[in-house]
Design a protein around this ligand. Structure first.
Ligand SMILES: CC(C)(COP(=O)(O)OP(=O)(O)OC[C@H]1O[C@@H](n2cnc3c(N)ncnc32)[C@H](O)[C@@H]1OP(=O)(O)O)[C@@H](O)C(=O)NCCC(=O)NCCS
Length: 166
């Protein structure tokens, strides 16, 4: 298996990530949140313009995951001002799951966090996203807190905050 994880630098590549995000979100969140909420969240957080704003103005980086050269996943991260590193997005297309690629992705996140001088990695995950929670727990993340966040349009994110001490 030749998995490559590289920082996204150019707009055409970010556009491909946006297309992939649209596909993955409409598959993995069915049964967890409504289609209306998926549409809303993809537009708000994973559209090309939203991701450009995150990168240009909010300190986020996107990393593209390729298997045998084919884009199949992505990561978004952001260093906080304190000792924490935010793992904002960790997404892998369905046909690539169950092969340990997420373990490689998470190790890359830990490397990025250490290189940024951080001591902890944290993330938010929907309380009903059982597979992702199992992967995070297996990797050593623990639930630090539960939080309900109003994201507008009548929608909320009902999340665990999970944390990994580096
Ligand atoms: C979350 C996600 C990236 C995980 O990818 P994956 O391919 O399923 O994970 P992997 O096969 O790499 O497994 C990672 C580790 O967790 C373990 N694991 C996987 N499923 C597990 C389970 N149900 N219980 C316990 N351990 C599990 C694996 O054995 C592996 O550990 P190892 O490398 O030590 O063997 C993937 O499921 C995904 O993209 N889901 C949809 C998007 C999503 O929900 N993202 C998270 C949003 S917060």
């Amino acid at each position: 298996m030749a998995v490559e994880i590289k920082r996204v630098k150019y707009l055409p590549e970010l556009r491909q990530v946006a297309e992939l995000a649209d596909e993955i979100w409409h598959e993995c969140f069915i049964g967890i949140i409504t289609v209306g909420q998926i549409d809303y969240m993809v537009d708000k957080f994973q559209s090309l313009s939203a991701m450009c704003d995150q990168i240009d103005k909010q300190g986020y980086s996107y990393l593209a995951v390729r298997d045998e050269g084919e884009l199949c996943g992505y990561i978004a991260v952001k260093p906080e001002e304190d000792d924490r590193f935010f793992l904002s997005k960790l997404y892998l297309r369905k046909d690539k799951r169950g092969r340990g690629i997420a373990t490689e992705m998470l190790h890359r996140v830990f490397d990025e966090a250490l290189a940024a001088g951080k001591k902890r990695v944290y993330l938010t995950v929907n309380k009903h996203n059982e597979q992702a929670i199992a992967v995070y727990k297996k990797t050593g993340f623990t639930v630090a807190e539960d939080v309900v966040t109003d994201i507008g349009n009548g929608y909320v994110m009902d999340d665990h905050i999970m944390e990994y001490v580096l």
